[in-house]
Design a protein around this ligand. Structure first.
Ligand SMILES: [Zn+2]
Ligand SMILES: [Zn+2]
Length: 438
């Protein structure tokens, strides 16, 4: 073999390897999260119907495929001794698995799994279903892309006809909450978040609506950070006119962006009263004009007497208030700047295109509140300024490496913890699955 041919073969080999690598990196699972379907308890049977008619069953422990092929229905039953039985179309039975199995539909998207667990009601989920024996029953865990998860969570958490800006603010709050709480169920439980109100309500595809899906796409990967960590973006239904300090609700140390304040502009009705009007479809009352700056009246730990009936813990974002703000004309950034003052917006690395994940530099949406009693919130940028900021951030992003950006953030805040920002954001495959087949 002459050297030219050898060189060519070598080149082809490298090309093949790099193609395979490129493909595997597109198939990475680092956007996936594990949602424990605890609302279905620990049933003794799970039935799965893949929408494509094909399934791959994968043994996570042995890292090997158990079954791959046609399947109209799979029945998984709990057996004695902490084992489970798997039957594919009542023909092939694969007995006695004691560890987690991953059921992934195979084929062209849209892919979903119709799942039922003993009861009559079935649910459809995107992604895969992991099933493992637990305490005499079977635990079901939906392994789903975090953005798909949000498409179902947002409509469960906010008024379905809320204006765009409120849907977007809710989506960013819910995404941040999920990212921040990925270890909420760690330990003996084999999932990251549950599907109940304890974490965020999630019931699969049936709950999705167009408006929320649009908001998820428009805010792809956006979260709020404080310092180098995702902010604690708690939210509630209606604050009754005054947001209360997190210490008044739960004790603990003060959180700079969860302080008590009037839910509105001084001299006007609270935002949530306007929000309620929108929900009740009462258009008779004239809405005020959006302000260029809002002074957060008083930030202290005391709760004040509510102007109307409140619902929820009254800390963080008031959802009816967000609806009111959106109806008045405030955008999602302004809503979030008002309810979580001092936080910054950032983009999760998975949402940035390119083989190497890149952090977008966080953009300041509001001045951090000082401990002083009277704090003025700098007006969030108007649409023209936001566009300018976006253009600017795109230039910054393309010209700087992740490290440089993080260094710059750290220097600007004199906070060395920011250099670990990337680690906190997302660890690929951990503790989610390390493999996905679609
Ligand atoms: Zn939970
Ligand atoms: Zn309110």
């Amino acid at each position: 073999m002459n050297s030219n041919i050898r060189l060519l073969l070598c080149f082809l080999f490298v090309l093949l390897i790099s193609q395979a690598y490129a493909q595997s990196s597109c198939l990475n699972a680092d956007r996936n999260i594990r949602i424990g379907l605890v609302s279905q308890g620990l049933p003794t049977t799970w039935k799965i119907e893949p929408s494509t008619g094909f399934i791959e069953i994968f043994d996570e422990k042995k890292k090997q495929s158990v079954y791959s092929g046609k399947a109209a229905q799979i029945v998984i039953s709990a057996m004695k001794g902490g084992k489970m039985k798997v039957a594919v179309d009542e023909r092939k039975s694969l007995y006695y698995f004691s560890n987690e199995l991953l059921f992934s539909p195979v084929g062209r998207p849209p892919i979903n799994l119709k799942v039922s667990s003993g009861g009559k009601k079935s649910y459809s989920y995107r992604g895969s279903l992991a099933v493992s024996p637990q305490k005499g029953g079977l635990r079901g865990v939906n392994i789903v892309d975090i953005e798909d998860y949000l498409k179902s969570v947002v409509p469960s958490e906010i008024y379905n006809r809320a204006p765009d800006a409120a849907q977007q603010a809710q989506t960013i709050a819910a995404r941040t909450y999920a990212v921040r709480n990925l270890k909420r169920h760690s330990g003996s439980e084999n999932f990251q978040l549950c599907d109940k109100v304890h974490c965020q309500v999630y019931s699969g595809i049936a709950r999705e609506i167009k408006l929320a899906t649009k908001a998820v796409k428009e805010t792809n990967g956006k979260i709020l950070i404080y310092g180098s960590e995702p902010a604690n973006t708690v939210y509630h239904s209606n604050c009754g006119g005054y947001i209360i300090d997190s210490r008044a609700a739960w004790k603990g140390s003060p959180v700079p962006y969860l302080l008590g304040h009037y839910d509105g502009v001084s001299g006007q009705k609270p935002f949530c009263q306007y929000g309620k009007l929108i929900k009740q479809n009462q258009k008779t009352e004239k809405l005020p004009k959006p302000q260029t700056s809002i002074t957060i009246s008083k930030m202290n730990a005391q709760s004040k007497k509510a102007t109307h009936k409140s619902f929820g813990h009254r800390v963080g974002m008031c959802q009816d208030g967000a609806i009111g703000m959106a109806a008045i004309g405030y955008n999602a950034r302004q809503v979030l700047a008002f309810y979580y003052p001092g936080t910054k917006m950032a983009t999760m690395n998975y949402a940035v295109n390119g083989s190497e994940p890149v952090e977008t530099p966080p953009i300041v949406v509001a001045a951090a509140p000082r401990p002083a009693q009277q704090v003025s919130l700098v007006a969030p940028p108007n649409p023209t300024q936001i566009n300018a900021l976006r253009r600017n951030s795109k230039t910054v992003q393309s010209n700087r490496s992740i490290k440089d950006t993080l260094k710059q953030i750290a220097a600007s805040r004199n906070d060395s913890a920011a250099t670990s920002l990337r680690k906190i954001f997302w660890t690929p495959g951990q503790p989610g699955i390390s493999r996905s087949i679609y």
